[in-house]
Design a protein around this ligand. Sequence first.
Ligand code: NAG
Ligand code: NAG
Length: 415
Amino acid sequence: MATSIVLNFFLLCLLLFSASPTLSASNELPKTGFITLPVKKDPATNQYYTSIGIGTPNHKLNLAIDLAGEFLWYDCDTRYNSSSYLPVPCDTQKCPQNSPCIGCNGFPTKPGCTNNTCGLSITNPFADTIFSGDMGEDLLHIPQIKVPRSFASGCADSDRFSTPLLVGLAKGTKGILGLARSQLSLPTQISSSYNVPPKFTLCLPSSNTKGTGKIFIGGRPSSRANVARIGFALTSSEEYFINVKSIMVDDKVVNFDTSLLSLDKNGNGGTKISTLGTPYTVLHNSIYKPFVRDFVKKASDRKIKRVKSVAPFEACFDAGSIDDLDMGPAVPVIELLFDGGLKYEMFGHNTMVEVKEKVLCLAFVDGGKKAKNAVVLGGRQLEDKILEFDLSTSILTFSSSLLLQGETCSDPVLN
Ligand SMILES: *[C@@H]1O[C@H](CO)[C@@H](O)[C@H](O)[C@H]1NC(C)=O
Ligand SMILES: *[C@@H]1O[C@H](CO)[C@@H](O)[C@H](O)[C@H]1NC(C)=O
């Protein structure tokens, strides 16, 4: 108890110190060497979103976090304007090759309505269409950086489309913070502006009850949690794939055709990591079936009582028959295995979801027989872990559950 008071006092001093104006009133990164953004989880959609300020005046925007997104984009609807916005002209070096050139018949000029502007394809994974947007530069307001530089992003005017631009996104979000392996992504731009490594770390929260999760860009605080490092499986896709070799439930290898786990150069098959639209890991049907069978068997060995399925989950259990441990419900342990004996371990906190009173379900869903990927590792299975994506080395550093240290991603400061 005494040590934790001392520790909290120390953290408070750290917070006060880092908030002092002398440190933040420069065009530099904070003393820590990295940027910290908050992450919240929307209870209705289970989406993770961050808050960032853009333009002049400072528009505070909530943006959904998407590992598959190539850049940051936001809704610049009829009411949106910014005096510091600069459209990126067509045929300039900043404009990605083969981009369309966009004009606008409206007047006066505003973000989303300028002539000779570099066009960007704006993607919302919940919309069945691709929106046409503008590439522009504007100020980005990040809490720790007082005088931000110009960052390139995309903007699209939701009032101009028949399909709602923000369809499916958590209520109150105005766009997407894309974090893919791309030249336009925020970590890549911050890396070149501030001379820090092009890397970011996700620490996704499991709830919003005490504090927020974090994204760290350029570096991260150290952690006592054990970490392992694996290389990304590189494809033409800018998304993040990892080479899972097998899956285990309570030390038993799940039996399925492992050729499903191999990834082709276009991003088919394999194991992808996803933060948007995948609140629970999705398994190809040929993996899901034996996986659930093995989990149910191992659960029954532990005297856990199965109850009726609750869609979209197949394996549900009577919570009364499951012990509650620090790592969540005491259910069979699930592990993704990589070469070299490395494993991504998941205890009850990352594998179970309470669907109603006294009913816990295995939080994995069936992707069907035509699933594009064998495994899409999603939300619940990523929470309260450190996941560092290094774009220069193409290495993913992941930790065991922070709960092993008695911590969560929502704790005020990782230490
Ligand atoms: C947007 O702001 C710019 C610069 O302040 C101004 O010139 C322009 O008229 C404004 N556009 C609208 C639609 O209000
Ligand atoms: C773009 O150019 C067209 C044609 O010259 C003009 O009518 C329109 O007002 C311009 N739009 C803006 C936003 O300046």
